[in-house]
Design a protein. Structure first.
Length: 672
C-alpha cells in the first residue's frame, strides 16, 4: 500500500482523488531545518513559477488541465469576436499533437511596449504574467481572460509555440519554447487579405507526460460549444484524417444564430418533454456588460445546468446560476399565487430545476472567478443581473401560455410533494433501521432526523468504535464499527456480495440502495467518512471500502458524499505546546520546524484509533472545526477508472504484480 495514491490518490495518475477540506496543521518550513537565511529565498523569474507549479494556473497536469490550454487560447479569439472585431475562428488539430487557433480579429499589437521599449507588446504578452489588454474596459467591454495569465501560461507549458500576427497588411512571426522567445519578431512580408492572430502550440511532455495529447472528441465539443455562445461568430473545425471518427469529422463549420436555444434542443433531442416549448431569451446588448442569454426545457430524465460567463464554462456554477434559480422559483410561485394555487408554497428551486435542462450565458465587465481555472463565478452583481433579466421574461412567458404554465406548475408541485413524502418515510426508516441493525458493536446513530449535516463514521473494530462513540457529536455524528476487513467486491461474484452480512448491514444503515437502484433522496447521511488507523492495515481497509463504494454506489461518490478521515500517527508535546503528525516524515518536519530541537519533546505513537484517547480523536479527526477530511471523487474517464480498479483490485494477481513492479522505483520509504 506504499503507493496507494495511484489508485485513490492524486489527480495526475489516480482515478479517485482526495480534495483537502481543511489543513490539519501549518506546513513545514522548507530547507534542511538547520539554517534559514536570505540565501534560502528563491526568486523565480519570468514564467518559471508556472512551470514549477502548473496546478496553480490550470488546475493540475491531467487531461482536464491539458485541454484548459486550448480553452485559454480560443477564449482570446472569442473575446475578439464578442468585441466586434472578429467574425471567424479556425481550429485545427494535427496528428503530431499541435493545436492551432486562428482568428480574423485585430491581431496582437507588435509595436514596442511603452514601459518595456526593448520588447514588442506581443513578446510582453507571451512571456509576462499579468500582462494583457483586459484589465480595464478600453480594449474589451467584456472578456473571458481577466487575469492576464492565459496565453502566457500556454506559452510556459508548451515546448513549441508559434505566433503569427497580421496587422496593417504585414505578417509577423515569432517562436517560443517553454516560456521564452526562441526567435526575434520577424516581418514575413505583406498580406493584403489577412488579419488577426494565429497561435500554434504543442503541450510540453515534461509537464504533461510523453503520451499526453489533445482528445479529438473533446476538442471538437469545446469548439462547437463556443459557437453556440455567440451567434455573431463562425467557427471552423478541422483535424488530420487519422484523428477523425464517427463523432469527429475532419472538417465542420459552426454558426448558430439561435444560440442556446439551438444548443439545448440538441442536448435533449429524443427526451420526453414535460412541456413542448423551450423557455429562452436574451437581454442586453450581445456581448455587452450585463447581457444574459438563457434556455430552459423541462423533460423526463437527468437534469443538467450548463453555465458560462463571457463564454468561459463555469462547471461549478456560481452567482449567475443563483440568479437563475431565484428567478424561476419566484416566477412560478408568483404565477401560482396569481391563479390561486396554494399548494405551490412548498416549492424549492430544486423542485423547479430538478428535471430540466438549463443553459445560461452571461456577459459582465471584470468578472470575479474562484481560482485561475474559472470554474465558478463569484461576482455578486451577476445574481442581480440574471434575476432581473429572467424574472420579467419568465412572468411574461407564464401568463401568455397558461396551458403550458399550468402543466409545469402541477408537475413541479407533484415533485415537491413527492420529496416531502420521501423525507417523512426516511425519518421513519432511520428509526426502524436503528432497531433492526445487528452489527459488531452496533450502529450508534445520531439523534437528528434530517440527512443534511448528518455524518456516518465507518471505523474498524469495536475498540475504535468505542473511542469514536465517546468523541462524536451525538446530534449529528453516527458511528458504525466493522469487524475485520470488508469483502473485496472487485474480485467477488454478485451472489457472494449479496450474501455478505457486513455489506448487507452497511447498506441497510445507508438506506439508499445500490447501482441503478441508488436513491439520492433516501441516503440517510450527508457525509460518509471512512476512518481507519494511520497504518498499512488501515490503508488496506480504506482501499477495500472505497472499492466497495465505487462499484456498488458510484452515484454516492459522484454526489460528493464519500470522505476519508486523516487521524494522526503521532502526538508531539513540549510543555503547553502540542502538535500532531500524520506519519514519520511529518513528525521529523515538525520536530525541526515547530520544536526546533529545543528541550525534550514527548512523542506518543498511536497504535490505532482504539488506543487514542477520545479527546485527542475528537480534536484531530472528528471535530469539523479542527479536522482534515479528504473527499473521494472520480477525476478520470469512467471507463479508465473502472479498468484500473479491476486491474488492481480484481482477481488477477499478475496485474497487481505488474503495477507494483512498475511503481517500485517511486517508493522511497517503506515501513517493515
Amino acid at each position: 500500500m506504499a503507493d496507494n495514491n495511484d489508485l485513490f490518490g492524486t489527480t495526475s495518475v489516480a482515478p479517485l482523488a482526495p480534495a483537502v477540506e481543511k489543513p490539519l496543521s501549518k506546513p513545514p518550513v522548507s530547507g534542511n531545518g538547520e539554517s534559514y537565511s536570505a540565501a534560502d529565498i528563491e526568486v523565480l523569474e519570468g514564467l518559471e513559477p508556472v512551470r514549477r507549479r502548473p496546478g496553480m494556473y490550470i488546475g493540475g497536469t491531467d487531461t482536464n488541465a491539458l485541454h484548459h490550454l486550448f480553452a485559454e487560447v480560443i477564449d482570446n479569439s472569442m473575446d475578439e469576436a464578442i468585441a466586434g472585431h472578429a467574425t471567424r475562428i479556425e481550429v485545427h488539430l494535427d496528428s503530431e499533437g499541435y493545436l492551432t487557433v486562428t482568428d480574423n480579429g485585430r491581431g496582437i499589437p507588435v509595436d514596442s511596449h511603452p514601459k518595456l521599449p526593448h520588447l514588442s507588446a506581443l513578446e510582453v504578452i507571451m512571456t509576462t504574467l499579468h500582462a494583457g489588454g483586459k484589465f480595464d474596459s478600453k480594449a474589451y467591454e467584456t472578456s473571458g481572460g481577466l487575469h492576464g495569465v492565459g496565453v502566457s501560461v500556454v506559452n510556459a507549458l508548451s515546448d513549441d509555440l508559434v505566433v503569427e500576427v497580421a496587422r496593417e497588411q504585414t505578417l509577423y512571426r515569432q517562436t517560443y519554447s517553454r516560456g521564452k522567445a526562441t526567435s526575434t519578431l520577424e516581418p514575413m512580408g505583406r498580406v493584403n487579405n489577412r488579419r488577426g492572430t494565429t497561435i500554434k502550440f504543442h503541450p510540453d511532455p515534461q509537464i504533461f507526460g510523453p503520451s499526453a495529447k489533445f482528445l479529438p472528441d473533446r476538442a471538437f465539443r469545446m469548439t462547437r460549444a463556443k459557437a453556440y455562445l455567440f451567434g455573431g461568430v463562425e467557427i471552423r473545425w478541422s483535424c488530420d484524417e487519422g484523428l477523425a471518427s464517427d463523432d469527429v469529422p475532419t472538417k465542420a463549420v459552426f454558426h448558430f444564430p439561435g444560440g442556446l436555444r439551438d444548443f439545448i434542443a440538441r442536448r435533449i433531442e429524443g427526451k420526453t418533454r414535460i412541456i413542448d416549448d423551450v423557455f429562452s431569451g436574451r437581454a442586453g446588448k450581445p456581448g455587452g456588460h450585463g447581457a444574459v442569454e438563457w434556455a430552459v426545457s423541462w423533460y423526463i430524465g437527468d437534469s443538467f445546468t450548463s453555465s458560462y460567463c463571457n463564454t468561459v464554462p463555469t462547471q461549478d456554477g456560481g452567482t449567475h446560476e443563483a440568479g437563475l434559480r431565484t428567478a424561476l422559483l419566484r416566477g412560478l410561485k408568483n404565477y401560482a399565487e396569481m391563479t390561486g394555487n396554494k399548494r405551490a408554497s412548498v416549492l424549492t428551486s430544486e423542485d423547479v430545476l430538478g428535471h430540466c435542462g438549463a443553459m445560461l450565458s452571461v456577459f459582465i465587465r471584470e468578472p470575479e472567478f474562484v481560482g485561475q481555472t474559472k470554474d465558478k463565478l463569484a461576482s455578486g452583481e451577476a445574481t442581480r443581473i440574471v434575476d432581473n433579466a429572467i424574472r420579467d421574461a419568465f412572468d411574461h412567458w407564464l401568463t401568455t401560455s397558461p396551458n403550458q404554465a399550468n402543466k409545469l406548475l402541477d408537475w413541479t408541485i407533484e415533485r415537491a410533494e413527492d420529496r416531502l413524502r420521501r423525507r417523512k418515510e426516511k425519518e421513519i426508516d432511520r428509526k426502524s433501521a436503528t432497531r433492526k441493525l445487528r452489527l459488531p458493536g452496533k450502529l450508534a446513530d445520531c439523534s437528528q432526523s434530517a440527512a443534511q449535516g448528518a455524518e456516518l463514521f465507518i471505523v474498524e473494530g469495536d475498540s475504535a468504535g468505542g473511542s469514536a462513540k465517546q468523541a462524536r457529536n451525538r446530534t449529528s455524528q453516527a458511528v458504525l464499527p466493522l469487524r475485520g476487513k470488508i469483502l473485496n467486491v472487485a474480485g467477488a461474484s454478485r451472489d457472494k456480495v449479496a450474501a455478505n452480512q457486513t455489506i448487507s448491514d452497511l447498506l441497510q444503515a445507508l438506506g439508499c440502495g445500490t447501482r441503478d437502484r441508488y436513491r439520492e433522496e433516501d441516503l440517510r447521511y450527508d457525509k460518509i467518512i471512512i476512518m481507519t488507523d494511520a497504518d498499512v492495515d488501515g490503508a488496506h481497509i480504506a482501499t477495500l471500502l472505497m472499492t466497495f463504494f465505487y462499484q456498488e454506489l458510484p452515484a454516492l461518490i459522484d454526489g460528493g458524499h464519500l470522505y476519508l478521515a486523516l487521524p494522526p500517527l503521532y502526538r508531539l508535546s513540549q510543555g503547553a505546546k502540542t502538535a500532531y503528525a500524520m506519519d514519520d516524515r511529518h513528525k521529523d518536519q515538525l520536530m525541526q520546524t515547530e520544536f526546533n530541537g529545543r528541550g525534550k519533546v514527548d512523542v506518543t505513537r498511536f497504535k490505532g484509533l482504539g488506543e487514542m484517547p477520545h479527546a485527542h480523536l475528537k480534536e484531530t479527526t472528528m471535530n469539523p472545526k479542527s479536522r482534515t477530511l479528504l473527499q473521494v471523487r472520480v477525476v478520470q474517464d469512467k471507463a479508465d477508472t473502472t479498468d484500473t480498479v479491476d486491474r488492481l483490485m480484481g482477481n488477477k494477481p499478475e496485474a497487481r504484480f505488474e503495477f507494483i513492479s512498475n511503481k517500485a522505483a517511486f517508493v522511497t520509504d517503506v515501513d517493515v
